[in-house]
Design a protein around this ligand. Structure first.
Ligand code: FAD
Length: 318
């Protein structure tokens, strides 16, 4: 079922959902199930599965020589989506990226999604490769998520790449896109970023999931500004409980998000990461309670592979 239909059918009740990361290749899927199992009692209507792009690895060839290979360390997004759908009878949302994929590869991926009865996809540009300072489009791939949304919408109209055929049978994907309450790191201003978000919605995006934020006020202001900019699709808040002290440096650096003073003070008081994890849970519970009271459609949690803290938050909320 489409995410937008899940939201409609909930009749104003806030839903619970979460995002998982596929295992590093060579690892068993069982570890993933062990982390998902405790969250299923909260009846998530959907689970997001991230996609990681390719990276360079260097193999020692001896005599000071290195051999550079390109590989994906966490492949299998679609396989994981199919496995979770089959095991838990839940909708799964594969993240589809511009970076690292040609338009043809994306088309094949979407066709597979359609065969697997996957009704929702999250359309994202993706980040730069680890060695790059800026995002560079893959040869034959898309530059911005808007273009990817248009490609998916074309499939919904039965229009394939290069106009090779007009199909009678059409796909019917519900499309999610990313939104940034504290603006995307590369955007020159929040207003410009909102204009870009509006372009994604105009191209056919059905809902938005936000980047994590730790100050609800940022989300409320973003939703208000988005409405003023003519964005009228559901905006699902993304929540990540702080888990380690280093998040104080990593989150601002990587995601360009601010930490509220009160949270920083609490983290600084912690003697170890066990205490930080507890502070993170308590903060996420307070955030979730306020968002719930504001009537958000879904509380969407970033699990980052470990679910004990998400379970603790969900137990206090749902
Ligand atoms: P876009 O919407 O294309 O925007 C990228 C930048 O370009 C923005 O600064 C925007 O303002 C600007 N821009 C857009 N259109 C134009 C234009 N026409 N001209 C000039 N500038 C423009 N990354 C992964 O690798 N895998 C994942 O699974 C993944 N999941 C995510 C899930 C969520 C909910 C979120 C919020 C992010 C996720 N990301 C993921 C990270 C995401 O890929 C990065 O944040 C990426 O840098 C931007 O992606 P986007 O889809 O927002 O890009």
């Amino acid at each position: 079922m489409k995410i937008t239909d899940h939201i409609k059918n909930a009749n104003g009740k806030t839903l619970f959902s979460f995002e998982i990361i596929p295992p590093i290749k060579g690892k068993n899927i069982q570890e993933l199930y062990n982390n998902i199992d405790p969250l299923m009692e909260f009846n998530p209507p959907f689970i997001d599965v991230t996609t990681s792009r390719e990276e360079y690895v260097y193999l020692d060839k001896g005599e000071g020589l290195l051999d550079r290979k390109t590989t994906r360390m966490r492949p299998g997004t679609l396989g994981i989506c199919a496995a979770l759908k089959h095991k838990y009878n839940v909708d799964t949302v594969p993240h589809v990226l511009c970076g690292g994929f040609t338009k043809e590869e994306t088309e094949y991926l979407l066709i597979d999604c359609h065969y697997l009865a996957i009704d929702n996809v999250m359309a994202l540009r993706g980040d730069s490769m680890k060695h790059q300072q800026y995002f560079e489009a893959t040869k034959g791939g898309h530059v911005y998520a808007t273009e990817l949304v248009s490609q998916i919408q074309n499939l919904n109209k039965g229009k394939y790449l290069h106009d090779v055929l007009d199909a009678e049978h059409k796909a019917d994907f519900c499309i999610g896109v990313a939104g940034y309450p504290e603006k995307h790191i590369e955007a020159p201003s929040l207003q410009t970023d909102l204009k870009r978000l509006k372009e994604k919605v105009d191209a056919g995006a059905d809902y938005v999931v936000t980047q994590m934020f730790l100050d609800n006020q940022k989300y409320f202001e973003f939703v208000e500004a988005a409405k003023n900019a003519g964005i009228n699709v559901p905006i699902i808040p993304g929540i990540k409980p702080i888990a380690v002290k280093r998040h104080m440096q990593i989150l601002p650096q990587v995601f360009k998000i601010d930490l509220p003073e009160a949270l920083i003070l609490e983290i600084e008081k912690c003697k170890d990461n066990k205490q930080v994890r507890q502070v993170g849970v308590e903060w996420a519970i307070e955030q979730s309670k306020e968002l719930l009271a504001a009537g958000v459609p879904v509380l969407h949690y970033y699990s980052m592979g470990k679910s004990d803290n998400i379970k603790a938050v969900a137990s206090a909320i749902f």
